[in-house]
Design a protein around this ligand. Structure first.
Ligand code: GLU
Length: 894
């Protein structure tokens, strides 16, 4: 409509100006190829008919078209035909399309300054003659658009497939702009039409992204052969450079969620296209729908309109007349330059969008391309591409894609790659079928995710090598679960799969479902058996010696002070005010007794009275206070805490010794962590692990744990904290050493650009927020029958488990027993001494005296003991002694 309006205004202006001098018949030539059925001749005819019929644009004149057909590869005939026509006074040549012919036509037109409007680019004949205008966007511009699409789609690596060499040349700008490593391989479509071998190779190399430059009519065949070799799944991505890919029918590929992307120049819904199509179909031209309109006929249609309008404009400023031109004696058309200039200045909205040219290069500028994708056989617009603005995504595109993926999930059976390894996945019943064969954390987690996301079903698949996944730098292949996911033999990979940088560049990870770090698994240090005399440990031997010395010294000082000071000498008989003798209670024995009583915190019935002795006593008490409190404070710790063999306390300790060997899981994230680290200690650890013989790497975590237990104290195993938690819950002999060396997480691996990643991540986040993941973890980690180490430890703590055993305090009992025995021996000695005295005093035999004393001692009914000394004194003083030793003996006999 806008085009029509502008044309009308322009015509009116021209009529008012009255300065048009165009010939009545404006002769133009359209050069086409019979063997190429691209509707260009139809478009040419239709456009001319329309202009002639409407007459608004060319009042008084009409376009006289001549359609010339030349074989596509016959440049000689093409040149000859053009030269023939120039003599009849033509004003422009449209076409041809073939690379072989257009060069010669362009040169002839350039020679005689005749406008030549072309609609296709041939990279090999890029140089354009003056007078030739190409409405097709330049390949460099298309390459820029392709590059932007690759970036927008976040392709990390891709394979390039081309049909002809000119395709590769077209793409060279893409190669130049991208990093070299992004293009992993380049293939040419086989001439015999069998592309399956190529796709099989691509499948083996796990390449899922393909950039294909081929003719539009080959696209369906390429896709169907890709489908034959399973290269048309949910994770494959195809980007076609053809601008006509939208005209194809993708119904055969409906069930696949493969990403098929391309650029579209022709917008079927544009106002210009709708108007042109209405006109086209009423004009008796070969019917075609707006959706099936290709670039070439659209450009031809636009070219004719553009030429006509430019001619009118040019005529307004300089009356145009046609001229017979000869190729033999070339003479330029006098208006040629002028008309050309007007064409380049011209700007209008055609079927191929805004038609405008760069004045210098003569290439089309300000082109808008639509980025399209095929979704279940239907076309969907991702967004618009412009040279300066890049890609602008359609508003509702994201929501549509997400909705579609959700729908797909409900109909999909997901293959979940995993490995056997407790507690993540283990055999439950090998003879069962499907998922009933397994049990473990991974199974429960996927089950919860599946319920949340409404998967149709899921099926566990155990990887052959039972590995997590490591890149083989020589072959570039990943093994284990990673390999399965990358090759898309599995839709997800789950186990204790650590999210690492290198893995993240090969697959997509969900949000982490567990957080962890590397730690060292080691056996708990052995406790020394409790010692009988451990109550001596609070003080060192020196302190004991010094204390004993101090005790003797203080007792001695006290004794001397008491003898010196007058205040310690006291009246022994309170009834006698003036005694002949004074008595000092602090003899040496009592001084010792006083000192020992104080330091034992028992006190003593004897107390000093003089200032000097009190000062000495005070100081001793202060000493005793500090010493006894220190002893008491230390005693408990020494009795309960057995001394531990703590040679390994950190990773640095490990690196600095050779006695304890250490290792990790072979090819796991832990080994890779040490290998890739820049920290000197970790580099040393990695080097030591590699050099140690016999091999310190294990093929599973379980093997590592068994080795730690078996080689008790001689082997430490680097392991992830979550797995250590599981082991230390079951084996109380094991413990982690000194915190975490790093911080990372376990995630579910999905193929690159998996449409399901967002949903799986959402599920993980939701499940962890609601505590479901913790529940599942507790279910598989904790031992519920009360034999779990954490529970035992708790019980121990509750019961104050550090109580002292006989082994701890046995020595004290021994001291008591020895003390009692010593006291008993002293008592016997005292008794013997006393018997000797009695025998002398009472003139009886010592044996009799001993017998009488023993009898008295065992006769518990006798609670008082006669004072034999008193009696003997009495008997000595009275003449007739009434009580004698023999009497006492007799009495004792009774
Ligand atoms: N979780 C590790 C991985 O994904 C395996 C265990 C380890 O290396 O400690 O490779």
């Amino acid at each position: 409509m806008r085009m029509e309006a502008s044309m009308l205004v322009h015509t009116v202006l021209l009529l008012l100006g009255g300065c048009w001098a165009l010939p009545q018949d404006i002769r133009i030539v359209g050069m086409f190829h019979k063997d190429v059925d691209d509707l260009q001749d139809e478009a040419f005819r239709c456009a001319v008919d329309r202009l002639n019929e409407e007459q608004k644009l060319l009042p008084g004149s009409r376009l006289l078209p001549e359609l010339v057909y030349v074989p596509a590869h016959d440049s000689y005939t093409a040149g000859k035909l053009v030269c023939n026509r120039t003599q009849s006074g033509i004003t422009a040549v449209f076409g041809p399309q073939s690379a072989d012919c257009k060069g010669v036509v362009s040169s002839i037109c350039g020679l005689v300054r005749l406008p030549n409007l072309q609609t296709s680019w041939d990279v090999s004949a890029d140089s354009h003659s003056p007078g030739t205008l190409n409405l097709h966007p330049h390949p460099d511009l298309l390459a820029q658009a392709v590059f932007d699409v690759v970036k927008y789609l976040e392709w990390k690596t891709f394979a390039v497939i081309y049909q002809r060499h000119d395709g590769l040349m077209r793409l060279q700008e893409v190669f130049k702009s991208l990093d070299k490593w992004m293009v992993t391989s380049v293939y040419q479509l086989a001439e015999d039409g069998d592309y399956r071998v190529m796709f099989k190779t691509l499948s083996k190399s796990s390449q899922t992204h393909m950039l294909i430059d081929c003719d539009t009519n080959l696209i369906q065949e390429v896709l169907s052969q890709a489908r034959d070799v399973n290269m048309l799944g949910d994770y494959e991505n195809y980007l076609f450079t053809s601008l006509d890919a939208h005209t194809l029918d993708y119904i055969d590929f409906q069930p696949f969620m493969t990403n098929i992307t391309f650029l579209r120049m022709i917008s079927p819904s544009s106002v210009e296209m709708q108007a042109a199509m209405r006109d086209w179909n009423t004009r008796g031209c070969r019917p075609v729908s707006a959706e099936n309109m290709k670039v070439a006929p659209s450009l031809m249609y636009d070219a004719v309109s553009m030429f006509a309008i430019s001619l009118i404009r040019a005529d307004a400023s300089e009356p145009i007349e046609s001229q017979s031109l000869s190729c033999a004696r070339p003479q330029p058309w006098v208006h040629g330059e002028h008309v050309n200039r007007y064409m380049k200045m011209f700007k209008f909205l055609g079927l191929s969008g805004e038609v405008s040219f760069d004045a210098l290069s003569g290439r089309r500028k300000d082109i808008t391309l639509e980025v399209m994708e095929v979704s279940h056989a239907k076309l969907r617009k991702i967004g618009n591409w412009t040279m300066h603005g890049g890609i602008t995504q359609e508003k509702d595109y994201g929501a549509q894609v997400s909705q579609e993926a959700k729908q797909m999930m409900r109909n999909k059976t997901f293959i979940i790659a995993s490995k056997i390894g407790k507690p993540y996945l283990d055999w439950k019943n090998r003879s069962a079928s499907g998922n009933d064969r397994f049990e473990g954390f991974s199974l429960d987690l996927i089950d919860a995710v599946a319920k949340f996301c409404h998967f149709k079903a899921y099926e566990f698949k155990i990887v052959q090598d039972n590995q997590h996944g490591k890149l083989n730098t020589e072959t570039g292949q990943w093994n284990g679960i990673m390999g399965e996911v990358i090759s898309r033999r599995a839709d997800m990979g789950i186990c204790d799969l650590t999210i690492t940088y290198s893995r993240g560049s090969a697959v997509d990870f969900s949000a982490p479902f567990m957080n962890l770090g590397i730690s060292i698994l080691f056996t708990k240090p052995t406790k020394d058996p409790p010692e009988m005399f451990s109550f001596f440990f609070p003080f060192s031997f020196d302190v004991w010696v010094y204390m004993a010395t101090a005790f003797l010294g203080v007792s001695l000082v006290l004794f001397v002070l008491c003898r010196i000071t007058p205040h310690e000498w006291d009246n022994p008989n309170p009834m006698d005010d003036n005694p002949e003798e004074l008595e000092n209670t602090f003899n040496l024995l009592n001084c010792l007794w006083f000192s020992i009583g104080s330091i034992m915190a028992q006190g003593c019935d004897l107390l000093p009275r003089a200032v000097s002795t009190r000062m000495a006593a005070g100081m001793w008490w202060f000493f005793a206070l500090i010493i006894t409190s220190s002893y008491t404070a230390n005693l408990a710790a020494f009795l309960t805490n057995s001394r531990m063999d703590d040679t390994i306390g950190s990773v640095e300790d490990l690196a600095a010794q050779t006695k304890v060997k250490f290792g990790s899981l072979r090819g796991g994230a832990t080994a890779q962590f040490f290998e890739a680290s820049n920290y000197t200690v970790y580099q040393r650890i990695s080097a030591m692990m590699k050099q140690t013989k016999p091999d310190v790497f294990t093929s599973s975590n379980q093997e590592g744990v068994d080795r730690v237990v078996k080689e008790r104290g001689k082997y430490a195993f680097f392991m992830e904290s979550i797995s250590i938690e599981y082991e230390t819950e079951r084996n109380c002999e094991l413990m982690p050493i000194n915190g975490l060396l790093d911080s990372k997480g376990y995630g579910i691996a999905l193929p690159f650009n998996s449409p399901y990643r967002t949903f799986v991540s959402e599920a993980i986040l939701k499940l962890s927020e609601t505590g479901k993941i913790k529940d599942i973890k507790d279910k598989w980690w904790l031992v519920k029958d009360g034999t779990g180490c954490s529970e035992l430890l708790q019980q121990k703590e509750e019961e104050n488990a550090d109580e002292l055993t006989m082994a701890n305090v046995g020595g004290v009992f021994l001291v008591l027993m020895v003390g009692c025995c010593a006291a008993f021996i002293v008592a016997i000695l005292e008794m013997l001494w006393n018997c000797r005295k009695i025998a002398v005093e009472e003139k009886i035999t010592p044996w009799e005296a001993l017998l009488s004393e023993l009898k008295f001692a065992v006769n518990l009914s006798q609670t008082t003991k006669p004072n034999r000394k008193k009696k003997s004194e009495k008997s000595n003083s009275s003449a007739d002694s009434s009580v004698s030793g023999s009497d006492l003996v007799a009495a004792s006999r009774k």
